[in-house]
Design a protein around this ligand. Sequence first.
Ligand SMILES: [Zn+2]
Length: 481
Amino acid sequence: MYELLRQACDAARKAGCTFADARYLEIDEQSLASRDRALAHHGESSDRGVGVRVLLQGAWGFALAPGYDAEAVDSAVATALEIARASAHAPRDGGVGWADETTWQAEFRSDCVQDPFTVSLEDKADLLLAANEVMLQNPAIKRAQGYLAFRRLRRWYVNTEGSELHSDVTSASAMLWAVAVGDGDFQQRCWQAPSVTRGFEAFDRARFVAEAERVAAEAEEKLTAAPAPEGNFDIVTDSENLSLTIHESVGHATELDRVMGYEVSMAGGSFVSRDKLDRFRYGSDQVTLMADNTLQHGLATHGFDDDGVPGQRWPIVEDGILRGYSTGREFAHYVGEQRSRGSCRADHWSSIPIVRIPNLFLMPGKQPLTPDELIGDIDHGLYFEGMDSFSIDQWRLNFQFGGNAVWEIRNGRKTRMLKAALYQSSTPEFWNACDATCDERFWQAHGVTNCGKGDPLQVAQMTHGAAPTRFRGIRICRGRD
Ligand SMILES: [Zn+2]
């Protein structure tokens, strides 16, 4: 599939471009949703096309061609050149600082034992309906729902530097949720299977049934949960809960394009200005946040990014100190780096690549520490599990996060369930309050599948993760019941 892409790059080179690349994508998606004892939705889509990007006279041009058609690709190159020539009339100071990169010829294929697109619809529906049936056996549950989604993304990439790259990535995600009704109230509890780049083998029927039973029981328990206390408390977050906090307060805050103001009109800015690199205390010495686009089964692990740069692993925060940003080839020079971190991705063949959050996780603690020991050292606190409502400001500084289930900790033990608890803090205050995280035996990954950024909006996926982690003296307030 490289032929038309090579032709596009040759045409751009002849037109005087200092750089150009072309990507052909085949995107296949399938989703299923269940409601109570029936399948409520089944959707499939298949989409193919080429995106051409050119750098001419220090300005970008981008155009697209649906399908894989020579004439359409020629016309896309012409349009991209025209856009670049027009953009060159309003040059950016110093043009585009484009980081060098080695020429690569490579292929990447994600682990996929059982291709989800060859698994029958009946088998997929059976997984969801079996889980719904278990949830509905609990008399308090008045609605049971499930969702499965699969995606296969095949990509061919060529640039004027001679790189030719291919990736074939299959991902799977799933969710179950139960709504309990009673005492003039309703409450929802959900389970999100860790989204991963794996095939249908990622899903296990016995696990779905077990999670369904737990989710239903906890939705029922939420109906009679006590209102959360307010004030300052020690808190423990589970892996899924902290994944969202990592995403919002570290992931977005350290995207270098955002730091440079490129996203101000839509996604916002960042408080993590460049003068903070290698000196700012982001968190306590317990906090090491690692970016890793080589993480096995990570949603941002695609072998290489849409600038033609291989996936890498680098620290964003190391022992509490800010050590790095997420970059693409256009942004590396802003922090004096010679090479891109390989974190520039487009969500579709018709989208221009932008800096995206990599797979990013809190490293597990170095000393052996179990969740029981972590909680055991708290007199009165709260335990947050799962994702719920959240809010964070445009500078990624002040925030509040809820949990899908929250328990009170009394005298070192998890006790009754609480409702409407939110933790409220500012990014450096929160991460500096971290005094312990459990060891690697308790570390888990969680995917984010709907990260929005850019204008027009692009939706990207990446994986986060953590072990259960403790934060001291965090302000708790009460949200909606
Ligand atoms: Zn996001």
